[in-house]
Write a protein that binds this ligand. Structure first.
Ligand code: GLU
Length: 593
């Protein structure tokens, strides 16, 4: 997690780095900092809180210099305070680094470096990097050689930017954590993600695992070992041009990214309907051939995996399994060359999912990625990629990428059983979605949100694929609006949780015509015990206190049902004066284990 952004060029670095960091705040926002190099000693500034706050704080004393590195943190090691904010510096202050990832052998390295006289000033795992570089230089190695030696010393994951006083350049490398480089005529913008620099340059170089480069206004050079010597070579990758429009990463007239992205879903679904069927068709023979079909994902993407499992059973009569990425290792042994693993990840960088894929590949399984970022680590690791056609999703809570994942899975299911492109239910979903995002529908949902304010837990239930909606809706209410929300399978309430129902406990039911009767019975059992019944389906239940109408869209119904829940979570966050784009303790792409 976390965002890193650097600048080296001919312009003052600090304001550019702050702007670039701001566009990465979805990756972490508990504290931030930067280090600037201007020929003399490095100037390092850090603060706890947002980049906006930081910008104000350092407005008057923004360090001068045209080379610098910055960081917006999502803490993994060491609490959130100024000491632990990045950049971290060597004992003599001449080397500064920012790091994204987790250094797994940091404790051992810290002990060794302390024995050699290094003084640590933070509790982070990252700080060892600055001291390792310093130690190697003390031992007589060049800075380039010391930087290359990090690959031998560090276990774990990292994207690292390092700057040394007086050098006028930035050294960069990555392993397991994302890092890209924006390229201008006489300037470079190393960063965790493309939105960081997109308004300045669309030209980007993607770093491969373990690649090291030195960036200076005069150019970019590759760092490699020649025997035990570090040498610089001119064979650097040609920049790609990114076709994203810069306004796809700005809020425009919207108050928050989350509502912008919720409302974009009619358009993203249309784009997907236009582009995805062809890609899906190419993948179908792989699915047909596969002996085992496995979906793997984390968080919202895991919910989409469950949808995939229900859908393949219902539509294509195919057995499949859905695993949480971090649990995959317990099942990996069952896979082999006849298995097909379908990995779902919005960012394509989710660390647990990457790990799962590596295990799958070790077993010889074929792999497919459903991801929003076509050149992400997951996309590059898998045999095939199906893009989500969603455009950048910058709010921490997934919305449009989730409905896109469901839509692609629906297409996959349909394509297994018919030669048609399977887009009809998606058009139905698109029309229903359009209605549910209207101002009137949003107003209704906002009013309903008021009914959920208060300390009581909220229970959400559904059966089959509607259980998936209950899970995803509960997650949205938890992460965005801080509600105690629990999703239960529609048939499970009476097997225990009923004991928690009190007078006024809200219970939200998701269903379609098929489930109507069974849902009505379950809701009536809850109502008899005092629950307030909220229903989300084609028509109200007899016991509904509040109803949101969601028309049936066949297999695509869950795409539609989740929309009012996304809006509800957003509106509730606002009613509770929370920032919907920045849920507490979370960050968007989870690139740490
Ligand atoms: N492990 C580092 C820390 O705790 C970096 C975490 C991150 O990638 O945000 O500061």
């Amino acid at each position: 997690m976390c965002g890193i952004a650097g600048y080296v060029g001919l312009r003052p670095a600090a304001p550019i780095i702050l702007e670039c960091l701001k566009r990465l705040e979805y990756r972490g926002y508990d504290s931030c900092g930067l280090a600037v190099e201007s020929g003399g000693p490095l100037v390092v500034r850090k603060t706890v809180g947002s980049i906006d706050h930081f910008q104000e704080e350092i407005a008057a004393l923004a360090p001068q210099g045209t080379t610098g590195i910055g960081h917006t943190r999502w803490a993994t090691h060491g609490k959130v305070d100024e000491r632990n904010a990045h950049p971290h510096v060597s004992c003599d202050g001449s080397i500064a680094i920012v790091h994204n990832g987790v250094i797994e052998n940091a404790d051992r390295l810290r002990v060794e470096l302390t024995q050699r006289g290094h003084r640590f000033t933070s509790d982070t795992d990252s700080e060892v990097v600055a001291h390792l570089l310093e130690e190697d230089v003390r031992q007589g190695r060049s800075f380039d050689r010391a930087f290359l030696a990090l690959q031998e010393s560090l276990l774990g994951t990292y994207a690292i930017l390092a700057v040394r006083a007086g050098s006028g350049e930035i050294l960069v490398t990555r392993k397991g954590s994302p890092l890209v480089i924006g390229v201008g005529p006489t300037e470079y913008f190393p960063a965790s993600d493309i939105p960081s620099f997109l308004p300045i340059t669309p030209r980007v170089v993607y770093l491969g695992e373990d690649e090291c480069f030195a960036l200076a206004p005069s150019g970019m050079r590759r760092l490699v070992l020649d025997g035990d010597r570090a040498v610089r070579r001119g064979d650097v990758p040609k920049p790609d041009s990114v076709s994203l429009a810069p306004d796809s990463i700005s809020k425009g007239n919207f108050e928050h990214f989350m509502i912008k992205e919720i409302l974009e879903q009619t358009g993203t679904l249309e784009r997907l309907i236009g582009g995805a069927p062809g890609v899906v068709r190419e993948i179908v023979p792989l699915l047909r051939r596969a002996h085992e079909l496995v979906f793997v994902g984390a968080g919202t993407s895991y919910h989409a995996c469950l949808f995939g499992q229900y859908l393949l059973a219902a539509v294509a009569r195919r057995h499949s399994d859905a695993y949480v990425s971090s649990d995959f290792e317990h099942h990996a042994e069952l896979l082999g060359p006849d298995s097909l693993v379908i990995a779902l990840s919005q960012s394509g960088e989710t660390r647990d999912t990457l790990e799962a894929l590596r295990l799958a590949k070790d077993r010889g399984a074929r792999t497919i990625a459903l991801t929003n970022v076509e050149l992400s680590s997951i996309a590059r690791l898998t045999d095939h990629v199906i893009p989500l056609f969603s455009g950048p999703e910058l709010a921490v809570a997934a919305t449009k990428s989730y409905t896109a994942q469901l839509a692609i899975l629906a297409l996959l299911g349909q394509s297994l059983v018919s030669d048609e492109d399977g887009v009809r239910p998606l058009w139905q979903a698109r029309d229903a979605l359009f209605n549910l995002t209207s101002e009137a529908a949003r107003h209704h949902t906002r009013e309903l949100g008021r009914e959920l304010l208060g300390p009581q837990p909220v229970f959400l239930t559904g059966r089959g694929r509607h259980y998936v909606t209950a899970l995803e809706a509960a997650l949205k209410l938890k992460e965005v609006a801080g509600l105690k929300a629990e999703a239960l399978h529609g048939g499970e309430m009476k097997h225990g949780t009923l004991a928690l129902i009190e007078n006024g406990t809200p219970a939200i039911h998701f269903y379609d015509d098929q489930d109507f009767t069974r849902t009505e019975i379950a809701a009536s059992e809850l109502r008899s015990r005092g629950a307030r019944i909220f229903s989300v389906g084609p028509r109200p239940l007899a016991s509904s206190d509040h109803h949101i109408r969601v028309d049936d869209a066949g297999i695509a119904t869950p795409i539609v049902q989740v929309i009012p829940m996304q809006i509800l979570a957003y509106e509730l966050a606002k009613l509770k004066s929370m920032d919907p784009d920045r849920p507490r303790n979370l960050a968007k792409s989870v690139t740490v284990p």
